[in-house]
Design a protein around this ligand. Sequence first.
Ligand SMILES: C[S@@+](CC[C@H](N)C(=O)[O-])C[C@H]1O[C@@H](n2cnc3c(N)ncnc32)[C@H](O)[C@@H]1O
Length: 247
Amino acid sequence: MVSVVRYHEISESSHLIMNPLSLEKLLLVGDICHVGQGTRLLDLACGKGEMLCRFASDLGASGVGIDNHAPFLADARARAAELGAESAVTFIEGDAGAPPDLGGRFGAVSCIGATWIGGGLLGTLELMGRWVEPGGWLLVGEVYWSEPPPPQIEQKYGAGEFADLAGTLDRFDAAGMDLVEIILASSDDWDRYAASQWLNVSDWLVANPDDADAAEVRQLRDTSRRDYLAHERRCLGWGVFVLRARV
Ligand SMILES: C[S@@+](CC[C@H](N)C(=O)[O-])C[C@H]1O[C@@H](n2cnc3c(N)ncnc32)[C@H](O)[C@@H]1O
């Protein structure tokens, strides 16, 4: 059986940012949080590390990224070298839900598109809160329902796992966090993220017609493409939520 991470390795082979956020919006996140010289960031489940590498190379920040998938970290280190940011960023392989000793707190802590690492949104906020300096920024990339989903789509993501925007705000309130900004993905951002995966899978199938996983990879792509066009493009939202602990 093809694992989720194997499928994403193939479907997101061309992606530097593994979520529906344009590079322009990713840099906007940095501007909003005044990321600059002297800012130290911790990125939990950093994937290929584009955010950290860009914040280091373009804005002068430094930081640590943790991910549990070694091939993504290899890409992250190569990207840091390509952007001349290798001395400013460190990538650690491990469980982002249980970080090792990182030598103190950070001015910003992010978890972009992986809130399962802390057992859901609330647990991940609690985890992030342990690593952020007083008054520092928490950046959470999270799904929300822009329209009520049909039951089979809600089931796919886990019943009650996500809420609409107001319900998501309620969850931040319950965690003692102040929502101070949002950067939401547009339909076009979603298309760039989702549709580019169809092409990556198609390219992979052309290059690997005899791979033992080919039929299953095609099936996974076909199902996700249909879900996207039939429902998710309409009802699935995604954004980076900028938070501060309530004072
Ligand atoms: C949707 S991707 C997002 C990556 C990155 N934050 C980005 O936006 O480009 C989710 C990432 O979480 C990583 N991941 C999943 N579970 C993890 C865990 N328990 N600890 C560390 N990384 C994890 C995956 O390897 C993957 O890189």
